[in-house]
Ligand binder design. Structure first.
Ligand SMILES: *Cc1c(COP(=O)(O)O)cnc(C)c1O
Ligand code: SF4
Length: 475
């Protein structure tokens, strides 16, 4: 038998008392996740040259000065970008399913010397020259949120949790919004479903939730919880906490990513949230904040200050990102985002493979991209800071772990998922057509060929399921 050699403890002090390291210490200057943008960075934008810190941190000033059309964009950024860019953006806005709304904070984080490649510009300002045609299988409400809504704005898809869309406005409008069927004002392309913050509609939602003993977990979203007034946060929080069946509440908001200063200067709103969290804690119920950062550039020294306040109040924050081409679809960017969120005590919860949304084909990635990035992110930090990469299955199958496909044909770009505890059947996700080989792109241009490719993928998924079931002992 082999004899075990005694383990040498390399951390044992050497003769002079120094600790012997196994690997060299990391150069702190390479720990980029801790290096946050600070100082008056907004003053490089012509419109904000004279804006002092107190004004910039005022959330009312941010809301009032948000950019809501091409003309306002031009007057803020002025000659930092060439005229041709504005023309491109104006045309992009005409075609977009979402109206534009960008806070001065966000605008200041965009590198206007390179607007076409900037990851924040790509998310919030559409440009016509970079748009691709929509995927042929795309619909406006691809997740079927309305179909699964017993009350307007309350989607009850999963057994024990529901999504409550309390209102239809946000502090910012993302051009990739999954809820472009409802969120924001009507555009030239889309007449929206109205989900106003009326207490009458909320009352019907509360009644439904109270009548369903199996419901334990409510996502309060929108639109965006940032837009709820302090007294509305209190009202919604209390109504839900008072229901014996409710054990968990999450307030969802993109706010910390696009207007973090509200957490610093809107004390009334933060106090209202804190009170709900504290009341929940006394009732042994969990109330948390869910947010939506997509890129490390969205996290600055202001963000850290804002999130420190939330953390000091004992509020847990989790993050949900969307995987986007040219934004965060590289290993280094996603690793940096995950580490920077962790640095701010935010738990990276999910990374969504991009939903099939109108007008954003240039932002979607393949499923394979998600698989590759997930592999590289896992192992870099705490497991509870490691996001789960999911596909929200088109057709209402719910979130599925990206790796859990029944079948993935990388040639046709079709992946097939099953959601046995949510809905019967198969759910197909489609890679963007422009990423596929030219002969496959030609097949996607033909309706009959599309149906054939999808039928073949589903048949392959069925066959794979049968084969696995034979080998499996799980019943
Ligand atoms: C995402 C979502 C939820 C919450 O799901 P988790 O996986 O628990 O975060 C609930 N309802 C709907 C309709 C959703 O889309
Ligand atoms: S903040 Fe959320 S709901 Fe609002 S536009 Fe962006 S993605 Fe849509």
């Amino acid at each position: 038998m082999e004899t075990l050699t005694p383990i040498k403890l390399s951390t044992r002090p050497s003769a002079d008392g120094a600790i012997k390291h196994i690997k060299p210490a990391v150069d702190p200057s390479t720990l980029h996740h801790r290096q946050l943008l600070d100082g008056a960075f907004w003053q490089k934008i012509p419109a904000y040259r004279e804006v002092d810190e107190a004004t910039f941190l005022d959330h009312n000033w941010q809301a009032k000065n948000s950019i809501t059309n091409g003309a306002k964009l031009l007057s803020a950024v002025q000659d930092l970008v060439p005229q041709s860019f504005y023309a491109d953006a104006a045309e992009g806005l005409l075609r977009a399913p979402m109206s534009i709304r960008v806070s001065p904070y966000l605008l200041s984080l965009i590198d206007w010397a390179d607007p076409y490649n900037d990851p924040l510009r790509r998310q919030f300002v559409p440009v016509a020259s970079k748009l691709f045609p929509d995927h042929p299988k795309l619909t406006l409400d691809s997740l079927h949120e309305q179909e699964d809504a017993p009350v307007a704005g309350l989607t009850h898809r999963y057994p024990d949790k529901a999504l409550f869309l309390t209102l239809d406005t946000c502090p910012v409008y993302c051009r990739f919004c999954t809820r472009s069927y409802a969120v924001g004002v009507d555009t030239d392309n889309v007449e929206k479903v109205s989900l106003k913050a009326t207490e009458d509609r909320w009352e019907r939602a509360f009644r439904y939730i109270a009548e369903r003993p199996e419901l334990e977990d409510i996502v309060v979203s929108g639109g965006d919880s940032y837009q709820l007034k302090a007294r509305q946060i209190t009202l919604i929080g209390n109504r839900l906490l008072e229901m014996p069946n409710i054990r968990r509440i999450r307030f969802a908001t993109k706010g910390p990513a696009v207007m973090p200063m509200k957490l610093i200067t809107d004390t009334e709103w933060v106090d209202a949230l804190t009170s709900v969290v504290e009341r929940g804690r006394k009732l042994n119920k969990e109330v948390v904040l869910h947010t939506h950062f997509n890129h490390p550039n969205e996290i600055t020294a202001i963000t850290k200050r804002a999130l420190d306040i939330v953390f000091e109040r004992g509020i847990i924050t989790r993050n949900q990102s969307v995987l986007q081409r040219g934004v965060n679809d590289s290993i280094t960017t996603m690793q940096l985002l995950v580490k920077r969120l962790g640095h701010c005590q935010v738990h990276p919860y999910y990374v969504y493979v991009h939903d099939l949304v109108k007008g954003v084909e240039d932002l979607r990635t393949t499923l394979q991209t998600a698989l590759d990035i997930e592999k590289a992110v896992r192992g870099t930090t705490a497991g509870f800071h490691t996001p789960t990469f999911v596909v929200d299955a088109p057709g209402g199958g719910g979130k599925r772990v990206a790796h859990s496909f029944e079948h993935y044909d990388r040639e046709t770009g079709i992946s097939v998922f099953a959601a046995p505890s949510v809905k019967p059947g198969f759910f197909a996700y489609f890679d963007p057509v422009d990423t596929l080989a030219p002969e496959i792109q030609a097949r996607w241009a033909d309706k009959a060929q599309q149906d054939q490719m999808i039928a073949a993928a589903i048949a392959a998924a069925q066959a794979a399921q049968v084969a696995t079931a034979r080998a499996s002992s799980v019943r």
